[in-house]
Design a protein around this ligand. Structure first.
Ligand code: PMV
Length: 331
Protein backbone atom coordinates (compact mmCIF):
# COMPACT_ATOMS: atom_id res chain seq x y z
CA UNK A 1 0.00 0.00 0.00
CA UNK A 2 1.43 3.39 -0.96
CA UNK A 3 -0.09 6.56 0.45
CA UNK A 4 0.56 9.87 -1.26
CA UNK A 5 -1.13 13.18 -2.03
CA UNK A 6 -3.47 13.07 -5.03
CA UNK A 7 -5.65 15.65 -6.78
CA UNK A 8 -8.62 15.14 -9.09
CA UNK A 9 -11.08 17.32 -10.94
CA UNK A 10 -14.63 16.15 -11.50
CA UNK A 11 -17.27 18.01 -13.49
CA UNK A 12 -20.91 18.43 -12.57
CA UNK A 13 -23.50 16.52 -14.54
CA UNK A 14 -27.06 17.46 -15.39
CA UNK A 15 -29.69 14.74 -15.48
CA UNK A 16 -31.81 14.45 -18.64
CA UNK A 17 -34.03 11.89 -16.94
CA UNK A 18 -33.88 12.42 -13.21
CA UNK A 19 -33.07 10.51 -10.05
CA UNK A 20 -35.63 11.35 -7.37
CA UNK A 21 -36.28 8.46 -4.99
CA UNK A 22 -34.10 5.88 -3.25
CA UNK A 23 -34.44 2.23 -2.32
CA UNK A 24 -31.55 2.66 0.14
CA UNK A 25 -30.86 5.99 1.83
CA UNK A 26 -27.58 4.90 3.42
CA UNK A 27 -25.62 4.03 0.26
CA UNK A 28 -27.82 5.95 -2.20
CA UNK A 29 -29.43 3.21 -4.25
CA UNK A 30 -32.03 4.65 -6.63
CA UNK A 31 -35.50 3.33 -7.36
CA UNK A 32 -35.09 4.02 -11.08
CA UNK A 33 -32.31 4.46 -13.64
CA UNK A 34 -31.35 7.94 -14.90
CA UNK A 35 -29.42 9.50 -17.79
CA UNK A 36 -27.22 12.61 -17.64
CA UNK A 37 -24.69 14.65 -19.56
CA UNK A 38 -21.39 15.60 -17.96
CA UNK A 39 -20.55 19.30 -18.30
CA UNK A 40 -17.04 20.56 -18.93
CA UNK A 41 -15.34 23.28 -16.83
CA UNK A 42 -17.88 23.50 -13.98
CA UNK A 43 -16.94 21.20 -11.13
CA UNK A 44 -14.77 20.48 -8.12
CA UNK A 45 -11.02 20.16 -7.67
CA UNK A 46 -10.19 17.99 -4.66
CA UNK A 47 -6.86 17.19 -3.04
CA UNK A 48 -6.58 14.20 -0.69
CA UNK A 49 -3.54 13.97 1.59
CA UNK A 50 -3.33 10.83 3.77
CA UNK A 51 -1.97 11.87 7.17
CA UNK A 52 -1.01 9.43 9.95
CA UNK A 53 -1.21 12.18 12.57
CA UNK A 54 -4.96 12.72 12.07
CA UNK A 55 -7.54 10.98 14.27
CA UNK A 56 -10.40 11.75 11.89
CA UNK A 57 -10.74 13.03 8.32
CA UNK A 58 -10.50 16.81 7.99
CA UNK A 59 -12.13 18.62 5.12
CA UNK A 60 -12.18 22.19 3.89
CA UNK A 61 -14.45 23.30 1.03
CA UNK A 62 -13.76 26.68 -0.56
CA UNK A 63 -11.58 27.50 2.49
CA UNK A 64 -14.42 26.78 4.97
CA UNK A 65 -14.52 23.71 7.26
CA UNK A 66 -17.12 21.23 5.95
CA UNK A 67 -20.35 21.04 7.98
CA UNK A 68 -21.05 17.89 10.08
CA UNK A 69 -23.65 16.48 7.62
CA UNK A 70 -21.18 16.78 4.77
CA UNK A 71 -18.46 15.14 6.87
CA UNK A 72 -20.70 12.09 7.46
CA UNK A 73 -21.06 11.60 3.69
CA UNK A 74 -17.33 12.13 3.11
CA UNK A 75 -16.67 9.66 5.93
CA UNK A 76 -18.70 6.99 4.09
CA UNK A 77 -16.62 7.32 0.94
CA UNK A 78 -13.31 7.43 2.82
CA UNK A 79 -14.26 4.40 4.95
CA UNK A 80 -14.67 2.32 1.79
CA UNK A 81 -11.35 3.65 0.46
CA UNK A 82 -9.55 2.69 3.70
CA UNK A 83 -11.15 -0.75 3.71
CA UNK A 84 -10.08 -1.42 0.12
CA UNK A 85 -6.57 -0.15 0.88
CA UNK A 86 -6.36 -2.05 4.17
CA UNK A 87 -5.32 0.94 6.30
CA UNK A 88 -6.66 3.09 9.14
CA UNK A 89 -4.87 6.24 8.07
CA UNK A 90 -7.19 9.25 7.82
CA UNK A 91 -6.81 12.15 5.37
CA UNK A 92 -6.81 15.91 5.11
CA UNK A 93 -9.02 16.93 2.18
CA UNK A 94 -9.29 20.27 0.42
CA UNK A 95 -11.94 20.96 -2.22
CA UNK A 96 -12.60 24.00 -4.40
CA UNK A 97 -15.88 24.31 -6.29
CA UNK A 98 -16.16 26.20 -9.55
CA UNK A 99 -19.95 25.90 -9.34
CA UNK A 100 -22.15 27.56 -6.68
CA UNK A 101 -23.05 25.04 -3.95
CA UNK A 102 -26.64 23.92 -3.28
CA UNK A 103 -28.36 25.88 -6.06
CA UNK A 104 -29.67 22.94 -8.01
CA UNK A 105 -26.53 22.61 -10.07
CA UNK A 106 -25.35 19.32 -8.65
CA UNK A 107 -22.26 20.61 -6.84
CA UNK A 108 -22.43 17.50 -4.65
CA UNK A 109 -22.11 15.33 -7.77
CA UNK A 110 -18.78 16.86 -8.77
CA UNK A 111 -17.60 16.97 -5.16
CA UNK A 112 -18.06 13.26 -4.48
CA UNK A 113 -16.83 12.16 -7.91
CA UNK A 114 -13.63 14.18 -7.35
CA UNK A 115 -13.30 12.76 -3.82
CA UNK A 116 -13.66 9.18 -5.09
CA UNK A 117 -11.11 9.70 -7.86
CA UNK A 118 -8.53 11.54 -5.71
CA UNK A 119 -9.17 9.35 -2.64
CA UNK A 120 -8.63 6.08 -4.56
CA UNK A 121 -5.41 7.39 -6.06
CA UNK A 122 -4.09 8.79 -2.75
CA UNK A 123 -4.54 5.35 -1.16
CA UNK A 124 -2.85 3.53 -4.04
CA UNK A 125 -6.02 1.88 -5.38
CA UNK A 126 -6.39 1.15 -9.07
CA UNK A 127 -10.16 1.06 -9.52
CA UNK A 128 -11.96 0.78 -12.84
CA UNK A 129 -14.60 3.41 -13.67
CA UNK A 130 -17.48 1.13 -12.75
CA UNK A 131 -16.08 0.60 -9.24
CA UNK A 132 -15.20 4.29 -8.91
CA UNK A 133 -18.76 5.26 -9.82
CA UNK A 134 -20.09 2.99 -7.05
CA UNK A 135 -17.65 4.62 -4.61
CA UNK A 136 -18.75 8.15 -5.61
CA UNK A 137 -22.40 7.06 -5.28
CA UNK A 138 -21.97 6.29 -1.57
CA UNK A 139 -21.32 10.03 -1.00
CA UNK A 140 -24.05 11.41 -3.27
CA UNK A 141 -26.14 9.39 -5.69
CA UNK A 142 -25.80 11.61 -8.74
CA UNK A 143 -22.00 11.71 -8.25
CA UNK A 144 -21.67 8.26 -9.81
CA UNK A 145 -22.57 9.79 -13.19
CA UNK A 146 -19.74 12.38 -13.03
CA UNK A 147 -17.07 9.67 -13.12
CA UNK A 148 -17.82 9.30 -16.84
CA UNK A 149 -17.79 11.95 -19.53
CA UNK A 150 -20.40 12.47 -22.23
CA UNK A 151 -23.84 10.90 -22.03
CA UNK A 152 -24.14 8.60 -19.03
CA UNK A 153 -26.61 5.99 -17.79
CA UNK A 154 -26.85 5.15 -14.06
CA UNK A 155 -28.27 1.66 -13.64
CA UNK A 156 -30.72 1.39 -10.74
CA UNK A 157 -29.44 -2.12 -9.98
CA UNK A 158 -31.15 -4.73 -7.84
CA UNK A 159 -28.54 -5.84 -5.32
CA UNK A 160 -28.69 -4.71 -1.71
CA UNK A 161 -24.95 -4.03 -1.63
CA UNK A 162 -25.22 -1.67 -4.63
CA UNK A 163 -22.59 -3.51 -6.69
CA UNK A 164 -24.82 -3.24 -9.79
CA UNK A 165 -25.94 0.35 -9.15
CA UNK A 166 -23.16 1.95 -11.19
CA UNK A 167 -22.90 4.17 -14.23
CA UNK A 168 -21.69 3.66 -17.80
CA UNK A 169 -21.01 5.95 -20.74
CA UNK A 170 -23.56 5.72 -23.56
CA UNK A 171 -22.10 8.36 -25.90
CA UNK A 172 -18.77 10.19 -25.83
CA UNK A 173 -18.91 14.02 -25.75
CA UNK A 174 -17.98 14.26 -29.45
CA UNK A 175 -20.68 11.77 -30.48
CA UNK A 176 -23.39 14.42 -30.02
CA UNK A 177 -21.73 17.73 -29.12
CA UNK A 178 -24.72 19.76 -28.01
CA UNK A 179 -23.90 23.02 -26.21
CA UNK A 180 -25.09 23.95 -22.76
CA UNK A 181 -26.33 27.26 -21.35
CA UNK A 182 -26.83 27.48 -17.59
CA UNK A 183 -29.33 30.19 -16.59
CA UNK A 184 -28.41 31.05 -12.99
CA UNK A 185 -31.44 32.09 -10.98
CA UNK A 186 -31.78 32.86 -7.27
CA UNK A 187 -29.27 33.47 -4.54
CA UNK A 188 -28.00 31.35 -1.66
CA UNK A 189 -28.46 27.70 -0.77
CA UNK A 190 -31.79 25.97 -1.38
CA UNK A 191 -34.05 25.46 1.64
CA UNK A 192 -34.66 21.72 1.31
CA UNK A 193 -31.71 19.50 0.31
CA UNK A 194 -32.10 16.73 -2.27
CA UNK A 195 -31.50 14.17 0.49
CA UNK A 196 -34.41 15.44 2.61
CA UNK A 197 -36.63 16.35 -0.33
CA UNK A 198 -36.42 12.87 -1.87
CA UNK A 199 -37.35 11.22 1.40
CA UNK A 200 -40.36 13.51 1.82
CA UNK A 201 -41.57 12.89 -1.75
CA UNK A 202 -41.31 9.11 -1.30
CA UNK A 203 -43.35 9.31 1.88
CA UNK A 204 -46.01 11.86 0.96
CA UNK A 205 -46.27 12.69 -2.76
CA UNK A 206 -49.45 11.14 -4.22
CA UNK A 207 -47.70 11.16 -7.61
CA UNK A 208 -44.66 9.19 -6.51
CA UNK A 209 -45.56 5.79 -7.99
CA UNK A 210 -46.56 7.36 -11.29
CA UNK A 211 -43.25 9.26 -11.28
CA UNK A 212 -41.25 6.03 -10.98
CA UNK A 213 -43.10 4.46 -13.92
CA UNK A 214 -42.37 7.59 -15.95
CA UNK A 215 -38.65 7.32 -15.16
CA UNK A 216 -38.30 3.80 -16.52
CA UNK A 217 -40.08 4.68 -19.76
CA UNK A 218 -38.25 8.00 -20.15
CA UNK A 219 -34.84 6.31 -19.96
CA UNK A 220 -35.83 4.14 -22.93
CA UNK A 221 -37.23 7.12 -24.87
CA UNK A 222 -34.13 9.18 -24.09
CA UNK A 223 -31.89 6.43 -25.44
CA UNK A 224 -33.97 6.35 -28.65
CA UNK A 225 -33.63 10.14 -29.07
CA UNK A 226 -29.88 9.79 -28.54
CA UNK A 227 -29.54 7.08 -31.18
CA UNK A 228 -31.44 9.32 -33.64
CA UNK A 229 -29.54 12.49 -32.51
CA UNK A 230 -32.98 14.11 -32.58
CA UNK A 231 -33.31 17.30 -30.51
CA UNK A 232 -37.12 17.49 -30.88
CA UNK A 233 -37.49 13.92 -29.64
CA UNK A 234 -35.01 14.61 -26.82
CA UNK A 235 -36.88 17.80 -25.83
CA UNK A 236 -40.13 15.86 -25.53
CA UNK A 237 -38.62 13.35 -23.07
CA UNK A 238 -36.28 15.63 -21.14
CA UNK A 239 -38.70 18.50 -20.55
CA UNK A 240 -41.51 16.06 -19.75
CA UNK A 241 -39.31 14.26 -17.24
CA UNK A 242 -38.17 17.45 -15.49
CA UNK A 243 -41.73 18.75 -15.26
CA UNK A 244 -42.95 15.38 -13.93
CA UNK A 245 -40.27 15.44 -11.22
CA UNK A 246 -41.23 18.98 -10.22
CA UNK A 247 -44.92 18.02 -10.19
CA UNK A 248 -44.00 15.18 -7.82
CA UNK A 249 -41.97 17.61 -5.70
CA UNK A 250 -44.76 20.20 -5.61
CA UNK A 251 -47.32 17.59 -4.58
CA UNK A 252 -45.09 16.53 -1.66
CA UNK A 253 -46.38 17.63 1.79
CA UNK A 254 -45.19 20.26 2.56
CA UNK A 255 -44.77 21.16 -1.11
CA UNK A 256 -41.27 21.50 -2.50
CA UNK A 257 -41.39 24.54 -4.74
CA UNK A 258 -37.86 25.09 -6.01
CA UNK A 259 -38.86 27.46 -8.83
CA UNK A 260 -38.63 31.24 -8.93
CA UNK A 261 -40.57 33.42 -11.40
CA UNK A 262 -37.54 33.51 -13.70
CA UNK A 263 -37.55 29.69 -13.83
CA UNK A 264 -40.96 29.84 -15.51
CA UNK A 265 -39.73 32.68 -17.71
CA UNK A 266 -36.95 30.47 -19.07
CA UNK A 267 -39.30 27.51 -19.61
CA UNK A 268 -41.60 29.64 -21.80
CA UNK A 269 -38.70 31.29 -23.60
CA UNK A 270 -37.14 27.95 -24.57
CA UNK A 271 -40.46 26.70 -25.89
CA UNK A 272 -40.99 29.93 -27.88
CA UNK A 273 -37.49 29.70 -29.35
CA UNK A 274 -38.13 26.12 -30.44
CA UNK A 275 -41.71 26.33 -31.59
CA UNK A 276 -41.86 29.84 -33.06
CA UNK A 277 -38.29 30.49 -34.15
CA UNK A 278 -37.33 26.93 -35.10
CA UNK A 279 -34.24 26.84 -32.83
CA UNK A 280 -32.98 23.49 -31.55
CA UNK A 281 -33.07 23.84 -27.78
CA UNK A 282 -34.57 22.25 -24.68
CA UNK A 283 -34.56 22.87 -20.93
CA UNK A 284 -34.17 20.86 -17.75
CA UNK A 285 -34.28 21.83 -14.05
CA UNK A 286 -32.80 20.07 -11.00
CA UNK A 287 -33.75 20.64 -7.35
CA UNK A 288 -33.32 24.40 -7.50
CA UNK A 289 -34.44 27.48 -9.44
CA UNK A 290 -31.69 27.49 -12.11
CA UNK A 291 -32.43 26.15 -15.59
CA UNK A 292 -30.04 24.29 -17.88
CA UNK A 293 -30.62 24.63 -21.63
CA UNK A 294 -29.17 22.29 -24.25
CA UNK A 295 -28.84 23.58 -27.81
CA UNK A 296 -27.22 22.85 -31.17
CA UNK A 297 -23.94 24.80 -31.58
CA UNK A 298 -25.32 26.87 -34.47
CA UNK A 299 -28.21 28.15 -32.37
CA UNK A 300 -26.08 28.94 -29.31
CA UNK A 301 -25.69 32.73 -29.86
CA UNK A 302 -29.44 33.32 -30.29
CA UNK A 303 -30.43 30.99 -27.46
CA UNK A 304 -27.88 32.51 -25.03
CA UNK A 305 -28.93 36.06 -25.86
CA UNK A 306 -32.63 35.27 -25.36
CA UNK A 307 -32.10 33.42 -22.07
CA UNK A 308 -29.68 36.01 -20.69
CA UNK A 309 -32.25 38.78 -21.27
CA UNK A 310 -34.96 37.19 -19.11
CA UNK A 311 -35.59 39.22 -15.91
CA UNK A 312 -34.34 37.33 -12.85
CA UNK A 313 -31.63 35.41 -14.73
CA UNK A 314 -28.64 36.79 -12.84
CA UNK A 315 -25.97 35.30 -15.09
CA UNK A 316 -25.52 32.71 -17.81
CA UNK A 317 -22.68 30.24 -18.24
CA UNK A 318 -21.98 28.64 -21.59
CA UNK A 319 -20.36 25.25 -21.56
CA UNK A 320 -20.11 21.95 -23.42
CA UNK A 321 -20.56 18.29 -22.80
CA UNK A 322 -17.16 17.14 -21.58
CA UNK A 323 -14.95 14.43 -20.09
CA UNK A 324 -15.47 12.78 -16.71
CA UNK A 325 -13.44 12.84 -13.48
CA UNK A 326 -9.67 12.80 -13.97
CA UNK A 327 -6.50 13.10 -11.94
CA UNK A 328 -4.70 16.44 -11.99
CA UNK A 329 -0.98 15.60 -11.74
CA UNK A 330 0.21 18.85 -10.11
CA UNK A 331 -3.15 19.99 -8.69
O1 PMV B 1 -27.32 13.13 -5.75
P1 PMV B 1 -28.17 14.14 -5.04
O2 PMV B 1 -28.52 13.73 -3.66
O3 PMV B 1 -27.53 15.53 -5.11
O4 PMV B 1 -29.57 14.25 -5.83
C1 PMV B 1 -29.70 14.80 -7.12
C2 PMV B 1 -31.12 14.94 -7.51
C3 PMV B 1 -31.39 15.73 -8.77
O5 PMV B 1 -30.31 16.58 -9.08
C4 PMV B 1 -32.63 16.59 -8.54
C5 PMV B 1 -31.69 14.82 -9.96
C6 PMV B 1 -30.52 14.12 -10.60
O6 PMV B 1 -30.74 13.06 -11.18
O7 PMV B 1 -29.39 14.64 -10.57
Amino acid sequence: MSLSRAAAFAPVNIALTKYWGKRDHEINLPLAPSISVTLSDLGTLTVVQPDESLEGNRMVVNDQPLDPKGLVKVGRVMRVVRQLAGTDVRAGIRAVNTVPTAQGLASSASAFAALAKAGASAYGLELDERTLSGLARTGSGSACRSIHGGWVLWHAGERDDGADSVSEQLLAPEDWPLRVVVAHIGEGPKKVSSTNGMKLSEQTSPFFDAWLKTCHQDVEDCKAAMINRDVQQLAHVVEGNALAMHATMMATRPGLVYWQPATIGVIHAVRRLREQQGLSCLFTIDAGPSVVVLTEAGDLPKVSAAIGAIPGVTRITQTRIGPGAHLVPNG
